[in-house]
Design a binder for this molecule. Structure first.
Ligand code: FE2
Length: 194
């Protein structure tokens, strides 16, 4: 049982643990601008993020934890982001600790639909309440690196987010991040086609 693990804050690597890579092709329905997405897939299918999960302590009171490295970049005007998820055990909360870079955590409560975009950057800690979908967004020019710590009983539910996506998007407007309703952004994209 490892009680201390060295990690590399630049690469997100943890000695002895594999990193899972997610490329743009792994998130085909997450981004709104499908034309921009197709162009990026043709141009090489960029790496969006890497995660390392430490899930070796299990049972009542135990914790799982993981390190994420989310690359900078955009799909059209939308910043690179993670797939996002609920916890399978909905009451489970999570703490995210920002280590490097600049970004946002999108939160969306499952029942009320209440949304928040919370800064997640170096030297910032974010509390994700239970029953809340969460997704990280890199709004900066360097990798966004963070730890997440949660109950070992939490589990991950990607399917519910996959079906409904998030109600809000984070897009670049004159070089700055703007949080807007997905429906409004989709309407803007449609208008641009005309
Ligand atoms: Fe989580």
């Amino acid at each position: 049982m490892n009680l201390s693990l060295p990690f590399d804050v630049t690469s997100g690597a943890i000695a002895g643990y594999a990193q899972t890579e997610r490329r743009l092709s792994d998130l085909p329905a997450s981004f709104a601008d499908q034309k921009a997405l197709a162009g990026l897939l043709d141009a090489g299918n960029p790496l969006l993020y890497r995660v390392s999960l430490i899930e070796e302590h299990n049972g009542p009171g135990q914790l799982h934890y993981g390190m994420g490295v989310l690359m900078p970049g955009q799909v059209g005007r939308e910043y690179f982001m993670t797939k996002g998820h609920f916890h399978a055990w909905r009451p489970a909360a999570e703490v995210y600790i920002g280590l490097a870079g600049q970004g946002l955590m999108l939160l969306e409560h499952e029942e009320s639909g209440e949304c928040h975009a919370i800064p997640l950057s170096a030297n910032t800690v974010v509390y994700v309440p239970g029953h809340t979908a969460h997704r990280t967004v890199n709004t900066g020019n360097e990798p966004l690196v963070y730890w997440g710590v949660l109950s070992s009983d939490a589990g991950h539910d990607y399917g519910a987010v996959g079906k409904r996506n998030f109600r809000q998007v984070v897009v670049a407007q004159e070089g700055k991040p703007l949080v807007m309703e997905r429906a409004d952004f989709l309407a803007e994209l449609e208008a641009e086609k005309l």
